[in-house]
Ligand binder design. Structure first.
Ligand code: TXE
Length: 480
């Protein structure tokens, strides 16, 4: 199978005619050949998106767009099993996870932003002699650049509000996980979107991604990916005054105080470390534990990690699938080796499980729990983005705070305590964009999502998304 671009309402091969191989990371077998696009393809897609923006799409009311989003949600839901299987084969995650998290969340993204757009409330500021009211206008063509860890989940998180606000889209999915973006393009157009409203250009970051960020007809960029890539994206987009949202890496702390409900804390800290093979920006990859309960938590986490089933992603009992690629596994294995060099003890995992063919060719790695590392070492401060967690003791709340805040990232944190005052106090003092107390990754789509420091710029979610994917315009009417 060849996965083409999707431009102006129809599949289109790359202008160069080139393709690249997209393997299933769990088996090494080729899933598809994929269009290898460059600036010419990006230009064709941006022009198609511009024509749609200035043409038929402009005449659609907010309610018509919301109705379209609801139809898209229904269509994704109707194909849930097929899309979950495709996402799992492309990414390596357990199909059970894709079927219960990734694809349902894609449905929820469209339903949520249909409702949010319908129920928007815009401010008015009356004066004695005039009335100001604020309108929100679409920006134009948005470039949406997405990573490989949650492919459809994150693409729909950006696409739904972009379309709800009347923009058109050129999406550049990760070259490692392009499959469900192709399916989404067909679904959106099958639901009645005018041609050119949603376009997909496949290819590598340096070729297709860079061309999309640099294209003068693309007025806004929403990017989720690595921090180094985010710097490049910002360096290109900022001088062109594009609207820019950057959701980058994380090295999130799970902080467990001795008074916490420890059974729940351990199970949730384990899930936060290893869900989706640890390939989620919100994963808690550093676990800080108050010393009196340190041994118990370390043992509990080791038991938790050892109880996970690493295996074929399409098997219903599998809880840890394949990492996204052999290259990425090599990077994660490099961190396990580094942890040992830095003086850490690996209590479990960090090894390749013995699996039958064809899975013996896959990028599997068993989940690793590491202790004994200084909090400032590389393993404990750099984003690994795999199934490796480090565990560190602390003695005082002030020390825990210093440890939690002592990294370049500031995305999220999970704090475990039954002391309400401490829960508040500690959450307020954390240098992050999102804090969960006595839970993790409990998401309400109305709340702001994003990080501080090297974890990114801007917020998406709820009204923050509607704001980002639009321009506020004030209109002042004299009443005389
Ligand atoms: O991501 P990239 P990579 C972190 C994680 C991971 C590391 C590197 O630590 O190990 O980043 O991953 C496109 N202009 N996260 O290299 O390159 C690229 O094609 C425009 C955290 O795979 O950032 C893809 O579509 N676009 C993260 C997207 O950027 C460019 C999720 C992300 O890829 C580009 C993923 C360029 N110059 C990785 N270069 C999270 N925050 O969840 C690449 N791209």
């Amino acid at each position: 199978m060849t996965l083409h671009n999707f431009i102006g309402g129809a599949p289109a091969p790359a202008a160069s005619g080139q393709t690249f191989d997209n393997p299933n990371p769990a088996t090494g077998q080729r899933l598809a050949k994929v269009a290898r696009s460059g600036p010419a393809d990006v230009d064709a897609a941006a022009q198609a998106a511009r024509r749609a923006f200035e043409g038929p799409w402009r005449g659609w009311s907010a309610n018509q767009r919301a109705d379209l989003l609801d139809r898209i949600a229904d269509a994704i839901e109707a194909r849930l099993d097929e899309l979950a299987a495709l996402e799992s084969a492309d990414q390596g995650k357990p199909v059970s996870l894709a079927a219960t998290v990734d694809i349902p969340r894609a449905v929820a993204n469209f339903r949520f932003f249909a409702g949010a757009a319908r129920h928007q409330q815009l401010p008015s500021h009356p004066m004695a002699q005039a009335l100001n009211y604020t309108a929100r206008r679409p920006v134009g063509v948005f470039g949406l650049i997405t990573p490989w860890n949650l492919p459809l989940y994150l693409l729909t998180w950006k696409t739904a509000p972009a379309l709800a606000m009347g923009n058109t889209v050129v999406a550049k999915p990760s070259e490692l996980t392009p499959m469900t973006a192709g399916a989404l393009a067909e679904i959106i157009h099958g639901c009645g979107a005018p041609e050119g409203v949603f376009n997909v250009v496949h290819g590598f970051g340096a070729e297709a991604g860079q061309a999309l960020v640099a294209h003068p007809g693309v007025k806004g960029i929403s990017f989720t990916g690595g921090t180094v890539t985010g710097q490049r994206v910002a360096a290109t987009a900022a001088p062109m005054f594009k609207k820019l949202s950057l959701e980058l890496g994380g090295k999130n702390a799970t902080v467990i105080f001795a008074d916490a409900d420890l059974d729940r804390a351990i199970a949730t800290a384990g899930a936060a470390a290893f869900r989706n093979q640890g390939e989620i920006c919100l994963c808690g990859s550093r676990i800080l534990v108050e010393r009196p309960v340190y041994d118990r938590v370390l043992m509990g986490l080791t038991e938790y990690a050892s109880s996970l089933t690493v295996g074929p992603p399409d098997h219903p009992d599998t809880t840890i699938g394949s990492l996204v690629s052999l290259d990425h596994r090599a990077k994660v294995e490099g961190y396990v080796a580094l942890a040992r060099e830095e003086g850490g003890t690996v209590h479990c995992g960090g090894t390749r499980p013995a699996l039958p063919a064809p899975y013996d060719q896959g990028a599997f790695l068993s989940p690793a729990v590491v202790s004994g590392l200084p909090i400032s070492c590389r393993t404990a401060t750099e984003e690994i983005f795999g199934p490796v967690v480090t565990v560190h003791p602390f003695d005082t709340e002030a020390e825990a705070l210093e440890m939690a805040n002592g990294v370049r990232y500031g995305l999220s944190a999970s704090v475990w305590t039954n002391n309400l005052r401490r829960g508040h106090r500690f959450s307020e003092a954390l240098d992050v964009g999102m804090v969960w107390v006595n839970t993790w990754m409990l998401r309400d789509l109305r709340v702001p999502f994003g990080g501080v420091k090297d974890s990114g710029v801007g917020r998406e979610g709820g009204d923050w998304s509607l704001e980002f994917y639009s321009e506020n315009k004030n209109i002042c009417i004299h009443l005389g």
